[in-house]
Design a binder for this molecule. Structure first.
Ligand SMILES: Nc1ncnc2c1ncn2[C@@H]1O[C@H](COP(=O)(O)OP(=O)(O)OP(=O)(O)O)[C@@H](O)[C@H]1O
Ligand SMILES: [Mg+2]
Length: 232
């Protein structure tokens, strides 16, 4: 009998020859220049590189936040390049958890409402259920006493945790985080890192932009971005 062949690891994200150019006052700015990247399901990758090298641009493309680029992108084996961000909204909502560099918590909503938003958008659960789920997750992150506060009424570290709770509420397979520990003291950043380590152990695919060597050391693989190109 032939020996059973071990199943091959699934490729979760794959970019091929991706170029991104911004226009500023008629001048083209080349932010990504021929990026190839393959990420296996369940990998935990740290993305590093100098300021302005293209890390956030890369993450926005991977997160389906930006669909204006050249090259191809396959997510879970499905071609997503060439489709509009509107068309991709349901995939983004269900499969991707995005922690933005600038948080983007909505200022007029409470922390609880902010964290519940992606679940409310998904419309597959009653609003009460979405809010209950958000409450549970915020409590797990030590924010149970700040549910009714607005983002400007809590600390940066607490905002970061609220933004992570929001990114995770739909149990995404892929988690993209842009410097989630950038503005934090070392104790809080250790706590945030522990949250990502847990998610990794549960099987999530994680790409995290970081300038912190300690955070990068916790990842399985480091990817360096320099002048819009990847150096592995
Ligand atoms: N909306 C935009 N319009 C014009 N140029 C942009 C825009 N966003 C980014 N850029 C330019 O593209 C390049 C890459 O920017 P990006 O934000 O990806 O860098 P980064 O590596 O994330 O930097 P940082 O570490 O400072 O966050 C930079 O030269 C930046 O000035
Ligand atoms: Mg950035």
């Amino acid at each position: 009998m032939p020996a059973a062949t071990p199943s091959r690891p699934r490729i979760e994200l794959e970019l091929h020859d991706v170029y991104k150019t911004f226009e500023m006052g008629g001048e083209p700015i080349s932010a990504l220049r021929g990026v190839d990247l393959q990420v296996i399901e369940g990998e935990f990758i740290a993305i590093m590189g100098p300021s302005g090298s293209g890390k956030s641009t890369l993450l926005h493309i991977l997160g389906l936040v930006d669909s204006e680029y050249q090259g191809t992108y396959d997510l879970g084996g499905e071609r997503v390049s060439g489709r509009s961000t509107d068309e991709l909204a349901p995939i983004r909502n269900q499969e991707i958890g995005f922690v933005f560099q600038a948080f983007f918590l909505l200022p007029h909503l409470s922390i609880l409402e902010n964290a519940a938003l992606p679940a409310l958008y998904a419309r597959d659960r009653a609003p009460d259920e979405c809010l209950a789920e958000a409450r549970t997750r915020l409590e797990q992150m030590g924010l149970g006493h700040r549910l009714d506060h607005k983002p400007h009424e809590i600390s940066i570290g607490q905002r970061q945790r609220a933004a992570i709770a929001r990114a995770l509420i739909n149990d995404p397979r892929v988690i993209l985080a842009d410097e989630p520990t950038g503005a934090l003291d070392s104790k809080t950043s250790q706590e945030i890192l522990e949250i990502f380590n847990d998610l990794h152990r549960q099987g999530a695919t994680i790409l995290m932009v970081t300038h912190d060597q300690e955070v990068a050391a916790a990842a399985e693989r480091n990817v360096y971005v320099r002048d819009g190109q990847i150096h592995v």
